[in-house]
Design a protein around this ligand. Sequence first.
Ligand code: GDP
Ligand code: MG
Length: 441
Amino acid sequence: NLTTRLGTVLDSIRGQGRLTEDQINAATRELRMALLEADVALPVVKEFIERIKVRAIGVEITQSLTPGQQFLRVVQQELTQTLGGVAEPINLRAQPPAVILMAGLQGAGKTTTTGKLALFLKEREKKTVIVVSADVYRPAAIEQLRIVAGNVGVEWFPSEVGQNPIAIAEAALAHARKTYADVLIVDTAGRTTVNEDMMKEITALHGALNPVETLFVVDSMTGQDAAKTAKAFADVLPLTGVVLTKVDGDSRGGAALSVRQVTGKPIKFMGMGEKSDKLEIFHPDRIATRILGQGDMLSLIEETTRKVDQEKALKFAEKLKKNKTFDLEDFREQMAQVQNMGSMEAILDKLPGGAQMKAQVAKANPEKQIKRSVAIINSMTKQERKYPDLIKASRKRRIAAGAGVEVQAVNQLMRQFETTRDMMKKMAGGGMMKMMRSLAG
Ligand code: GDP
Ligand code: MG
């Protein structure tokens, strides 16, 4: 899946401030594959990728997210935005009866959705709903709606094969007015493919009904074709929204992105099963996640985003601690670190002209010196290490005796320490300024 693939492409590279162009190109290649696998239409993929590229350039890599996660976060956000950002509710703001016209190919799920929507409006919005079928070509289609209406307990306005669809719609509308119904849902006849008859018919129905909602119903399993169908309907009808059906199947939801991009209309509902209660309000973020195929990834990203702030605070505290007055214990630690770096000779071996220097250094014997310095600090009291200014002549004699060295050696160590402390102070000052700036930014 995309998460794993992006991980391979991006996560090996760390410690850079921003994603490089090469990284973005590699990542968008993976994204393109993932979108195509999710059945997003090719032109839609291309357009989306271009937008992602522009956005990814400005993205900073934080400590808590790997570059792969960071990129995915941008994609997730952009995808959610493209899908409409937030759920858009059905619009019933019209002089009652509010008419809803269902459009779409045969088998898309218009009749099923008509029943689902009737139930939704009846239960959630407490509306009185009438449904009518203008599908005069198939007797089974009219019967199907009658049964669905009975199941969900809304009025079914009768119609018959052979009647004029416009006449049916007008009669149903008149009836709905007379009975003060809140909503009239008009189910229509689709065709197996886009054709002129269907478009003429649906356009005429739209003209006769003046619907407040014209919903394009589309099967999410149709993948690449969804974009073409959506374009054909959007070209002749002023669509107000989309219903994406069969989202319960194993489609990856790419049709959502295609249809949204092509029509520019909000997806308002999704069908999640054949039964009448299987209608859900469309949530762009959830479909975005589904398209990217990374259910667990999203929560992980949310969690890590929260951690970024926490981490910043922790680091600040740590840095403050580090910038406390440099004492003899810090000095000892520093020397221990130098010792850990391996013997000086091994380092010198790797330098040009190292052999000559090696002879000189060997005379000075730095390792022995460090050992001696550590021994001196070890024979100080804890208080002396913390407050080096306490160390006056009498203490120096005691420390020297304890470490088995001359007082002169203690003096020498104290001078080294003071020089280092001054240096640390200056560095800490610079470091602090930098840190403040990065925290402000
Ligand atoms: P229409 O020709 O556009 O009216 O399509 P129908 O409403 O008759 O639906 C066609 C087929 O798709 C039927 O078998 C429905 O049960 C099925 N269907 C519709 N919506 C969904 C859905 O959301 N999920 C599933 N799994 N099947 C659906
Ligand atoms: Mg039907």
